[in-house]
Design a protein around this ligand. Structure first.
Ligand SMILES: [Fe+2]
Ligand SMILES: [Fe+2]
Length: 184
């Protein structure tokens, strides 16, 4: 039983797969916070021409969400696969289904932002706001489930340090890092 989740992540050794995944979540959560802020500022503009810099930032942030793909791949192909080999399949398949869901969501948001200047600005803005707000809540909830339930479950199921080493090596070799762009 893991009593304190913060202590659990703080105590993981550098290079541990779960530490890397947890750090990637921190980057993703930061992107979501920025996205939320930029959506607020977009709301202040009534003409698209005036909102140029906000729109640029929204494009970078959406690209960054798409650039988080290696993280999801790392979970599916390395961590979940190892858990499934140990007999855990329900929780991993639920997470994979959510990945499919937010991949579609991200594409939809990118499309809406790319087309912000086609048609009514006011309508486009509210469409973007609706999609982005849904996506932000979806990803935050997903991260919470992984950090509080799934990762600790993996840690308690996969006991051998050698296996974790092998998983980290495979992750580095087969997946590689996420690349995020800065917004300013
Ligand atoms: Fe995930
Ligand atoms: Fe994740």
């Amino acid at each position: 039983m893991i009593e304190n989740i913060t202590v659990f992540y703080n105590n993981l050794p550098d290079g541990h797969l779960l530490k890397l995944l947890h750090d990637e979540h921190e980057s993703i959560k930061y992107i979501l916070d920025e996205l939320e802020r930029e959506l607020q500022s977009l709301n202040n503009y009534s003409i698209s021409d005036d909102a140029g810099s906000v729109i640029e930032k929204l494009k970078i942030l959406t690209a960054n969400l798409l650039n988080a793909e290696p993280h999801h791949q790392r979970e599916e192909d390395i961590l979940f696969e190892a858990m499934e080999k140990s007999g855990i399949s329900g929780p991993t398949s639920a997470m994979k289904t959510e990945h499919v869901g937010f991949r579609e969501y991200k594409d939809k948001l990118k499309n809406q932002i790319d087309n912000i200047n086609n048609g009514e600005f006011k309508e486009n803005k509210s469409r973007i706001r609706y999609t982005a707000t849904g996506l932000i809540g979806f990803i935050r909830g997903h991260i919470e489930k992984e950090e509080n339930i799934l990762y600790p479950m993996a840690f308690q199921t996969l006991k051998e340090p050698e296996l974790w080493q092998e998983l980290s090596q495979n992750s580095e070799k087969r997946i590689g890092p996420c690349h995020f762009q800065k917004t300013s």
